[in-house]
Design a protein around this ligand. Structure first.
Ligand SMILES: *Cc1c(COP(=O)(O)O)cnc(C)c1O
Length: 438
C-alpha cells in the first residue's frame, strides 16, 4: 500500500516513510492511494478468530512489507477488545470495550502498534527519532506507555495545563526515562498547533528527526481498523451493523470508515460528539467552521479543529452528501452525559466513562429516531473508549458510587509528577527541543 497527502501533493510514499514523517511536507495527512478489496479476507474470519489473528491477516494484506505479521501482532497487542450486549425494544446496543490495554483507553491499540513497528524499522535505520505528541488526555498516556523504554526513541508529550484529569496527568508525567512531559499554558488546540508548527520549522528539521504519534500518524490509524473487523466477526448474524464512535479528532471514526472502504459490511456510522460539534454541524449544513474548543466532561473529545476531517473529506472526495449517507451525527451535552452515566448504571449496572456515555446516548437516540425498516433490525456497536476509573470524579458524582480502578492505574497514585511548564509558543518548544536533543 502506498500513501499520498490529502493536500494534493502527488508524491507517493511507502508505509515506513509515512510513519516517520507523520505529517506530509505540504502539511497534509497521508491517506492510501488505493482501495484494496479485503471482503474475502473478512469473510474468512468467523467468531473464533482471535484479535491477533485478524490483526495479522490485515497486516499481511495491507502492509506486506512488514515482516512476520503474526509476531508483530502478538507483540503489539498483548491485550484484546471485549464485546458485551444489551437489548432494548428498539434494538441491540453493544459495547466494544477497547480499554483493556496499559493506559485503559482505545488509543493503546494504535500507539502500541506504532511503537512496535517503529522500533522494528529503526533497528535497520540506526537512527534516533524524537516523537512529538499533543494530547488532550488519553493520547499522551497511551503513547507514553507504548514508547516507554523503546530503543532509539525519545518521546515528548504536550498537554494542556489544568485540562486533563488528575489521573491522566499521573499517567503522562510519572514514567520518566525516555518520556518527557510538557505542561503547556494553553488549550489542546494550542498543543496541536505547536506540534504541527514544529514539523514545519526548518531549524528543527535540520537538526532532529521528528516524528509524530498523534492520530494523524498512519501507524495509529491503520491498526484501529482491526477492532472494527473483530467486532463485525462477533456480530449477531441477523442484524444490520452500525458503529457509534465517540469522536474528537475523528481518528477512530476514520479507521472504521477505512475498514468499510475495504469491504467491511457496515450499514452506517454514528459520529457522536460533545458540544465541540464542528463535524456534526458540517454534516447538517455543509459548512466546516473550526473554532476554539470548549471544555467538557469528555475532555479527550474537546477538539475544535479535528485533524482527521481532512482525511474523511478526501475519502468521500469532498462530497458532503456521500459522507452524510454513511455518517449520522449526534451531539450530547455535559448534562446529558452525566444523566446517561447515572441512568445506565441504575438500570443495568454498567458503568460508562463520560466519552462512552456520549456514544451510548447517541446510539439510543439513533435507534429511537430512525424509521426501522422490515428485516432491518439494527445492532449498534458503541465503542467504549475509556475505562470509567480514569474519570473518577465525574463518574462518582453521577452514580454516587466510586468506580473501581484497574490495577494499571492504581499503582500510579503515589508516584511523583515530573513535568516541565512551557508557554504555548513554537519558539519555546523549539528552543527546548534543540537544547535537549540536538
Ligand atoms: C481520544 C479519545 C476519543 C476521541 O477519539 P478520536 O480518534 O480523537 O476521535 C474518545 N474517547 C476517548 C476516551 C479518547 O481518549
Amino acid at each position: 500500500m502506498r500513501f499520498v497527502s490529502t493536500r494534493g501533493l502527488r508524491e507517493e510514499v511507502d508505509f515506513e516513510e509515512a510513519v516517520f514523517r507523520g505529517l506530509a511536507p505540504d502539511g497534509g495527512l497521508y491517506i492510501p492511494t488505493s482501495t484494496p478489496d479485503l471482503s474475502s479476507l473478512f469473510q474468512s474470519f468467523d467468531d473464533t478468530a482471535s484479535f491477533t489473528q485478524i490483526a495479522a491477516g490485515m497486516i499481511a494484506a495491507l502492509l506486506p512489507e512488514l515482516k512476520e505479521p503474526e509476531k508483530l501482532a502478538a507483540r503489539a497487542f498483548p491485550f484484546a477488545p471485549v464485546i458485551s450486549r444489551s437489548r432494548s425494544s428498539a434494538g441491540v446496543i453493544s459495547l466494544l470495550e477497547l480499554f483493556h490495554g496499559p493506559s485503559c483507553a482505545f488509543k493503546d491499540f494504535g500507539a502500541s502498534f506504532l511503537a512496535t513497528v517503529m522500533e522494528q524499522l529503526l533497528e535497520r535505520r540506526r537512527k534516533n527519532v524524537v516523537i512529538l505528541t499533543a494530547t488532550s488526555g488519553d493520547t499522551g498516556s497511551a503513547v507514553a506507555r507504548a514508547f516507554f523504554g523503546k530503543k532509539g526513541i525519545d518521546v515528548v508529550i504536550l498537554y494542556p495545563s489544568q485540562r486533563v484529569s488528575p489521573l491522566q496527568e499521573k499517567q503522562l508525567t510519572t514514567l520518566g526515562g525516555n518520556v518527557l512531559a510538557l505542561e503547556v499554558l494553553g488549550s489542546f488546540d494550542d498543543c496541536q498547533r505547536m506540534v504541527k508548527e514544529a514539523f514545519l520549522a526548518p531549524r528543527l528539521r535540520e537538526k532532529l528527526t521528528l516524528s509524530s504519534a498523534n492520530s494523524i500518524n498512519l501507524g495509529r490509524l491503520l491498526p484501529q481498523s482491526f477492532y472494527y473487523v473483530w467486532a463485525w466477526s462477533r456480530r449477531e448474524r441477523s442484524r444490520r451493523l452500525y458503529f457509534c464512535v465517540p469522536s474528537g479528532n475523528f481518528g477512530n471514526l476514520t479507521s472504521g470508515v477505512l475498514a468499510w472502504k475495504w469491504g467491511l459490511p457496515v450499514a452506517g456510522f454514528i459520529a457522536a460528539t460533545n458540544r465541540n460539534d464542528v463535524v456534526p454541524e458540517y454534516l447538517r449544513t455543509g459548512l466546516f467552521r473550526p473554532r476554539p474548543s470548549v471544555a467538557t466532561y469528555s475532555n479527550a473529545m474537546d477538539v475544535g479543529n479535528p485533524s482527521n476531517f481532512e482525511r474523511l473529506q478526501a475519502i468521500f472526495e469532498g462530497s458532503r452528501d456521500a459522507m452524510h449517507s454513511l455518517l449520522h451525527e449526534e451531539v450530547v451535552s455535559d448534562a446529558e452525559t452525566a444523566d446517561t452515566i447515572a441512568r445506565v448504571y441504575r438500570s443495568n449496572g454498567i458503568v460508562l466513562d463520560p466519552h462512552t456515555a456520549v456514544g451510548y446516548l447517541a446510539a439510543e437516540r439513533f435507534l429511537a429516531g430512525r424509521r426501522v425498516q422490515p428485516n432491518e433490525e439494527p445492532e449498534i456497536v458503541t465503542l467504549a473508549t475509556a475505562h470509567p476509573g480514569k474519570f473518577l470524579e465525574i463518574v462518582e458524582k453521577a452514580t454516587g458510587d466510586r468506580p473501581s480502578l484497574p490495577e494499571a492505574l492504581l499503582e500510579l497514585q503515589d508516584r511523583p509528577k515530573q513535568s516541565q511548564l512551557i508557554e504555548s509558543k513554537i519558539e519555546a518548544l523549539a528552543n527546548l527541543l534543540l537544547e535537549r536533543f540536538a
